[in-house]
Each structure stands twice: as C-alpha cells, then as structure tokens.
Design a protein around this ligand. Structure first.
Ligand code: UDP
Length: 272
C-alpha cells in the first residue's frame, strides 16, 4: 500500500476539493442488492474507495437466549473492519470504535423497522468493511437498510446516510479519508426521507450553531440523492429477477404457439 500523503490543501483557489469535487458533491456511489447467496438479504456499497458488504439474517430464533426481548425482536448489528481494510493492519479483535459504530447503526435503523411484530426473535445485520476510506458508518447504514429490504423485512422506508464535514472553514459533503483526518470535523447523519427526521446525528470537531444547521441541510440534500440511488438499486435487483418470469412467459408463449400449430395441423388433417 502506498504511504499516505498529507494533501497540501483540502480546498484549492477555485473552491474545489483536493480530489476535484465541488463542496456539495458526493464521491461516486454504486449500490447493489442481493450480492450474497447465503444471506436472507444482502447489499454492497462502493462510495469512493470505501467498499462495504451488508448481510441480513432473520427474523430468526435468538441465541443466546438471555438476550431475548419479550415484546419485540432484537436488532443485532455487528460492524467490523477487515484486517486488510486499512493501510495499517486492523487488529481482528472487536475495537471500542467498532462496538460504538455497531450501536449507532442499530439506532439509526431501528425506527424504520416493526420490531414489535417479531417478539423474542433476532434480526441479524452483519456489516463487513472490505476497504475503508472515510465515511464507513454512513455507507454501512445505506447498505444495511438495502439488505434489510432485500430480506423482505417490512420497513417504513430506507435510511440514507452521509457525513458533512469542515475543511479550511468550508462545509463539505461526504468526506474521504484525508478530509476526515486533516479536516476540522465531521457530522455523520441519517434521515427518514419522508419526514427528514434524523435517526443518526453525531459530531466530531467544533461547529458554530449556523454551521451545524447548514451542515444538516447539506446532509439532508445529499441523503435525498442517496435515497434515489437506494431505490434504483432495489428496482434493479427486482428487474434482474424479472427476466426469469419473462422467460417463463416466453416459454408458455412458445408452448401455446406449438399447441396452436399442432391443433392447426390436426384441423387440417380432419378437414382432409
Ligand atoms: N480508519 C483507519 N483505521 C481504523 C479506523 C478508521 O484507518 O482503525 C480510517 C478509515 O478510513 C475510516 C476513517 O478512518 O473510514 C474515519 O473513521 P471514523 O472513525 O471517523 O469513521 P467513519 O468516517 O469511517 O464512519
């Protein structure tokens, strides 16, 4: 891995970021649904160089049983970074940071789920960061909500998420790793797109009240765009499944055509 180079400046004279993006421009985002055969639901996201897989199992029986909740399902989120996901080998043992991120992701997703419909069960959400380049908790929420939908779990909506940060006194959307490290702070957030209610709001670094309000507005705008990408990814996964149905229809049409031909021939023979 090439050694990390600290950029001379995070914003140039034209107001563009060191990777050429405008201040409100997201990194290229690709989301895909149904990427794992074994899981009940799954999704992947590439956001810049950040690459994450999410797998959902359940609702299913909860082990260990002492974690059982009598009135609702337990939403168990496990966020982990692969040892090779960052330039310095990540120690495999779960870190405090991973445990905290697992908890905030669960809190961000919980409001869209009907957990009370599955008392005593568990919904497992496993998130594996394959490559980390900033913004992993937000990208993980984007992928996890798609994986939950892919598992067929009833949801009020998908949950889009992004971080807004500050570099050289300017608010910037969707930080890459260098912007995260050398910028002045970040505000990861997640929203319910129907109402703009926040299900995640964290803050690292100092922001004035006005900056925070503006950061939230920029984040909400970016989340609206991410929500469209999430819906597109879901629709694509269904249209991928559709050709099988179309094939079936085509086969039936061929069968009908053959039958007509056969009957036609039979008619002709009868006429003779
Ligand atoms: N990071 C790292 N090693 C670690 C944890 C994080 O290099 O053990 C990097 C990684 O690129 C991550 C970034 O630091 O995306 C920012 O981490 P943060 O804790 O702010 O969470 P994130 O922005 O990924 O949600």
């Amino acid at each position: 891995m090439s050694p990390e180079v600290k950029p001379d400046s995070l914003l140039n004279a034209e107001g563009l970021r060191f990777d050429g993006r405008r201040i409100d421009e997201l990194r290229p985002v690709q989301m895909e649904v149904g990427v794992l055969k074994t899981a009940d639901g799954s999704a992947s996201i590439r956001q810049g160089k950040t690459y994450i897989l999410a797998a959902v199992y359940g609702p299913r029986e909860l082990h260990p049983r002492h974690l059982t909740l009598n009135d609702r399902a337990f939403l168990r989120v496990v966020y982990r970074m692969a040892t090779f996901s960052v330039p310095d080998r990540k120690r495999p043992a779960p870190s405090r940071r991973e445990r905290e991120i697992s908890m905030v992701i669960a809190n961000a997703l919980q409001p869209v789920l009907f957990l009370e419909q599955y008392p005593k069960a568990v919904i497992d959400v496993f998130i594996q960061v394959i490559q980390a380049d900033g913004g992993t908790r937000c990208a993980a929420i984007n992928a996890a909500s798609l994986a939950l939908a892919d598992a067929g779990i009833p949801m009020r909506s998908l949950v889009p998420s992004v971080a807004v940060g500050k570099a050289e006194g300017t608010l910037i959307v969707d930080l890459g790793d260098e912007e995260d490290k050398y910028g002045e702070g970040d505000v990861p957030l997640a929203i319910l797109p129907g109402t703009n209610e926040l299900t995640l709001l964290q803050q690292d670094g100092s922001f004035t009240r006005e900056e925070l309000m503006e950061a939230m507005q920029m984040g909400i705008n970016a989340c609206k765009y991410l929500h469209e990408l999430q819906k597109d990814a879901l629709k694509r996964s269904y249209s991928k499944k559709a050709p099988e149905g179309e094939d079936d229809d085509d086969e039936m049409d061929d069968y009908d055509d053959d039958l007509e031909t056969d009957l036609g021939e039979a008619d002709i023979m009868e006429d003779e």
